[in-house]
Design a protein around this ligand. Structure first.
Ligand code: NAP
Length: 272
């Protein structure tokens, strides 16, 4: 397994105005990476860019929506125009859901989840692929354990992350010979992000600040970003954060009813 520093590497990150994407950008900047960061909120994105510059990174911002294919192309073109290459593309932008399927009032919510979490990654990696081939770069898809194990109250979110996982597993085999790596990051719940308050409710709108707090174990942004950067440097294929999460995937493959009992218990504790 090859390892390497991110110094002078061009790292493109979507969804970098808050949460994990912003933390990842700061981590890469500390290593002297050249960053191209995208999100819809330009003001917050600029604030992250200033922080990254202070940490030693060279940064360019692109305001855009990953659910729009044209914005994926624009992101890649901007990165090439500014830095001439792409070494890592991190598809991190995401939106969640916290609603029982039966209570959903408009199934358009499912389209939003697929457009952001799955197609949002496809729309960026498709135009980036020729450049990743040139640099023998790496595509990093920020997924969730929900890409492997379904979770109640998250039907549409789990489905979108399963789609992303299947896409990445197939793509990895297609591009392996060209030297491009594909890593999926299967995360547990993260603390300190806005994912829960922005999660879509029964009416398809963000739940807002009154949404669930983390009661069970959850990973800090710092720990998650550190593990992801290490995984990028080692060019890993599948990264579980925390590592013990892999156990759930194994149990789910061997004995699904046990895994489902565990998952239902954890969701119920977060609800309670
Ligand atoms: N938090 C968790 O517990 C958890 C667990 C497992 C996996 N994950 C995954 O980790 C990733 C990051 O989530 P987070 O927890 O850091 O959430 P977050 O704090 O809500 O951040 C989400 C980021 O994505 C951006 N974004 C959302 N929709 C977008 C769109 N259509 N186009 C462009 N950017 C968009 C947001 O910026 P703008 O609003 O400015 O566009 C924001 O920067 C997601 O893929 C999520 O599924 C999170």
């Amino acid at each position: 397994m090859r390892t390497g520093s991110l110094k002078n590497k061009t790292v493109v990150i979507t969804g970098a105005s808050t949460g994990l994407g912003a933390t990842l950008a700061r981590k890469c900047a500390q290593q002297g990476a050249r960053l191209v960061i995208l999100a819809r909120n330009g003001k917050r994105l600029e604030a992250v860019a200033r922080e990254c510059e202070q940490l030693g990174g060279e940064v360019m911002t692109v305001v855009g929506d990953v659910a729009v294919a044209e914005d994926g192309k624009r992101l890649v073109e901007a990165a090439i125009e500014r830095f001439g290459r792409i070494d890592y593309l991190v598809a991190n932008a995401g939106v969640s859901q916290w609603t029982a399927f039966a209570e959903i009032e408009d199934v358009a919510l499912f389209r939003t989840l697929m457009e952001v979490n799955y197609l949002g990654a496809v729309y960026c990696v498709h135009p980036a692929l020729p450049h990743l081939k040139k640099s023998k770069g790496h595509f990093v898809a920020i997924s969730s354990i929900q890409g492997q194990v379904g979770v109640p109250l998250h039907t549409g979110y789990s489905a979108s992350k399963h789609a992303l996982q299947g896409f990445c597993d197939a793509l990895r085999m297609e591009v392996a010979e060209s030297g491009v790596g594909v890593m999926t990051v299967l995360l547990h719940w993260l603390k300190e992000t806005e994912l829960r308050q922005r999660a879509l409710g029964r009416d398809g709108k963000a739940l807002g600040t009154a949404s669930r707090r983390h009661r069970a174990e959850a990973v800090s942004l710092e720990e998650a970003a550190q593990a992801i950067v290490r995984g990028m440097q080692k060019r890993q294929q599948r990264l579980y954060v925390p590592r013990r999460l892999r156990l759930l995937a194994v149990v789910h493959a061997l004995w699904p009813p046990l895994a489902e009992r565990v998952v239902k218990g954890k969701v119920a504790r977060e609800e309670g």
